[in-house]
Design a protein around this ligand. Structure first.
Ligand SMILES: *Cc1c(COP(=O)(O)O)cnc(C)c1O
Length: 395
């Protein structure tokens, strides 16, 4: 593996030099006011990135998965019912976690490659007259399939059914890279981690809780200790933490959120869209298709690319690592061996993306697929030259 090449996995993402330096800091006393000078600005910046005026922001030394556990255990009680669609590996794993916590999951089986079926949700919620469903779980961006779901449509479905359930959104591979509107969409809990859009190493679960979610916590009885937001809330008020915080990561998060806000969220989203569109042009030039079933589902953070029948897509990932020192993502679960993934989120430029496209091309040609060298690169170049003016990441 080469440490010079960018990675093209959909997390962890490439870490800008300035963020690496911010994470690598001397020990400070986390019970001193200095800690508050890191914690509070980071919380305020994350609140802006979530587009919320009122969310309580929490950071746990964990990952996105710990963020899910935080959402469930702080708001729900054993035996509660939740509603979720299974349309990929990450929504599947969230459903599995609910079941292991003794929750009843109303699962809407959805083809991998499709988004959350909001109209099915509306029908189920409308039929739930007794309001047995306490929460709706939505995976904003299914990282396994490269499918972006419409969270505003999920909210409209809930409102149309006049259903009071909480709305929990997994934004691990969308927040900080694609538009996320916590308040506009009526999201009660937003979950993400440090190692995707925030361009940090793994190690933080990052959450936003709406006032309604905070209120639900008072009656919730699922066991929680490490992930108890009540302890966090109390400690934050005193510039502290209920245990030892990951200070370096939080210092990195303060910087990464400053960088995203300085670039401008709209510019960050436009950059991701442009890079992703170049990758999609390359895929088209190769004569291949995406796992995502329709253009409105295309993710700007990850593309899952179908390979021809009878070909093992995982070979592409293995050969790229072995022969060129470049990392792509494998297919997961139902699409294992059928797709390979190009992650294009976080600290990335058009020029970096071109190197990934060129590498994928070389590997596919090496493995005997009928790919003409340069075809995908040229399609992406053509788009990057003529696309919206490049506003590159401050890397
Ligand atoms: C990466 C990812 C997760 C898991 O996060 P971890 O930080 O690995 O625990 C969850 N959901 C989605 C959509 C992801 O992309």
């Amino acid at each position: 593996m080469s440490f010079q090449n960018p990675v093209f996995i959909p997390g962890p993402t490439n870490i800008p030099e300035a963020i690496r330096k911010a994470v690598d800091m001397p020990t400070i006393d986390h019970r001193s006011p200095l800690f508050g000078e890191i914690l509070h600005p980071a919380r305020a910046n994350v609140r802006k990135i979530l587009k919320s005026a009122s969310a309580e922001i929490f950071f746990f030394p964990s990952t996105g998965t710990g963020g899910w556990e935080t959402a469930l255990t702080n708001t729900l009680s054993p035996g509660d019912t939740v509603l979720a669609a299974r349309n990929g590996m990450f929504s599947h794993r969230w459903i599995d976690m609910c079941q292991r916590h003794g929750l009843t999951v109303e699962v809407v089986e959805t083809p991998w490659g499709e988004g959350i079926p909001a109209e099915r949700f509306e029908a189920i919620l409308s039929a739930d007259k007794g309001h047995a469903i306490k929460a709706v779980l939505a995976t904003h961006n299914e990282t396994a399939t490269g499918v972006l779901s419409d969270i505003a449509a999920v909210r409209r479905a809930m409102d149309a059914a006049a259903h009071p359930a909480l709305l929990f959104v997994d934004g691990v591979s969308s927040i900080g890279s694609m538009d996320f509107r916590m308040d506009d969409w009526g999201v009660d809990i937003a979950v993400t981690g440090s190692q995707k859009g925030f361009m940090l190493p793994a190690g933080l679960a990052i959450l936003g809780f709406s006032p309604k979610a905070m209120e639900a916590g008072k009656a919730a009885t699922l066991p929680r200790t490490f992930f108890d937001i009540r302890d966090m809330e109390k400690s934050y008020a005193a510039n502290g933490y209920p245990y030892t915080p990951a200070v370096g990561l939080l210092n990195g998060l303060k910087l990464s959120t400053e960088m995203l806000l300085a670039e401008g969220l709209d510019a960050v989203f436009a950059r991701h869209h442009r890079i992703a569109e170049g990758v999609r042009r390359a895929v088209g030039a190769w004569g291949l298709t995406l796992c995502a079933a329709a253009p409105k589902l295309y993710s700007d953070t990850v593309s899952a690319i179908r390979t021809p029948e009878g070909f093992n897509a995982t070979d592409i990932v293995a050969r790229a690592a072995k022969d060129y020192g470049v990392a792509f993502g494998t297919g997961l679960g139902e699409v294992a061996g059928k797709v390979f993934r190009i992650g294009h989120l976080g600290s990335l430029t058009d020029v970096m993306a071109l190197s990934g496209i060129a590498t994928a091309e070389m590997v596919m040609a090496d493995l005997g697929l009928p790919i003409r060298l340069g075809s995908g690169v040229a399609a992406a170049q053509d788009y990057y030259r003529h696309g919206a003016p490049a506003k590159q990441a401050a890397a």
